[in-house]
Design a protein around this ligand. Structure first.
Ligand code: CP
Length: 326
């Protein structure tokens, strides 16, 4: 049987059904963590990280191993791309040897699309300069496990409109009644194309997306308050005084006055005292380390989605986790 080769380079690559399937599978892996059959037995996954990573690299490496795949790892100095072999040639060679390629790059998603061009090797974006799609899937898995639903959640995102924020906006605006409010420093907001696409999705799904560049006033009763590190991995800021711009966007317990029930999420790594105060990150509202653990389950879900028969071929049992949660 010829199967479509599925890649995850952007959240916008996923249909709503794909997205739901991955989240359902992630919840299933989380709930039955001792019951992971070797579904990927016989496959080989290349794990290529050109930038530092603790969670994403461990999640995909351990996830692939738990599912029965074997892994080959490549560090930032390993591939001949460093000696100017082209991505196209590299992809052509690797696609004849690897079944899956999990890559963290410093470049655009176009570079990852070039890796996917030969078509045989599934390519997974483990964070590029513009988007961190597997983080968003871990984040939504975390919210789904916590609240039993995504529809109608009210989420306040505070900080840079970085690759995590982009993926979060593209993922959350698919769900009905979601309200996503971003508070980003001026000049460090969501990329225009991401905001446009997310706003289009929001109009279709009945969700709301808003962005402001200050921390004054604003909503109350958020379910989730989310931030990320001010210095996003693999990026630098052009202006010297960026810390002054970011200082008002530090998440502290003051935000809980208006949203006393909110949980706190952070994609980690964190810098206590910069983007978040220690009492929030280490306090009772924080589920940041559960969120990190969910990266393993969502990575396993992405790996199976890429590698196994299409969701349409799966039995309805694949959807029971979310139905049960709802
Ligand atoms: N959140 C995240 O992507 O963590 P790592 O950089 O450690 O993979």
């Amino acid at each position: 049987m010829t199967r479509q080769v599925r890649h995850l380079i952007s959240i916008s690559d996923l249909t709503d059904r794909d997205c739901r399937y991955i989240l359902d599978q992630a919840v299933r892996f989380a709930d039955r963590r001792a019951d992971s059959r070797p579904m990927l037995d016989g496959l080989v996954a290349g794990i290529y990280f050109r930038k530092t990573s603790t969670r994403t690299r461990a999640a995909f490496s351990v996830g692939a191993l738990r599912l029965g795949a074997r892994i080959v790892t490549f560090g930032p100095d390993d591939l001949q791309t460093n000696t100017r072999e082209t991505i196209d040639d590299t992809a052509r060679v690797l696609s004849g040897m690897l079944d899956i390629f999990v890559a963290r790059t410093t470049g655009s998603t176009e570079e990852l699309r070039a890796f996917s061009a030969p078509g045989e090797m599934r390519v997974i974006n483990a964070m590029s300069a513009v988007e961190h799609p597997t983080q968003a899937l871990a984040d939504l898995t975390t919210m789904l496990r916590r609240f039993g639903r995504l529809d109608g959640l009210r989420v306040l995102y505070v900080g840079e409109g970085n690759s995590t924020a982009a993926a979060l906006a593209l993922a959350l605006t698919r769900f009905s009644g979601v309200e996503l409010e971003l508070r980003t420093p001026a000049g460090y907001g969501l990329a225009e194309d991401v905001r446009t696409l997310a706003a289009k999705q929001a109009a279709l799904s009945g969700s709301l997306l808003s962005e402001r560049h200050d921390m004054t006033g604003g909503g109350e009763g958020f379910d989730v308050i989310y931030t990320t590190r001010w210095q996003t991995t693999g990026t630098s800021k052009p202006d010297h005084d960026w810390r002054e711009l970011f200082a008002p966007f530090r998440v502290s317990s003051e935000l809980w006055r208006a949203s006393p029930q909110a949980i706190f999420m952070h994609d980690l790594p964190a810098h206590r005292g910069q983007e978040v105060t220690a009492d929030v990150l280490d306090g009772p509202a924080s589920i940041a380390f559960d969120q990190a653990q969910n990266k393993l389950y969502s990575a396993m879900a992405v790996l199976t989605w890429c590698s196994l028969p299409q969701p349409a071929e799966m039995t309805p049992a694949a959807y029971t986790a979310t139905e049960a949660a709802q």
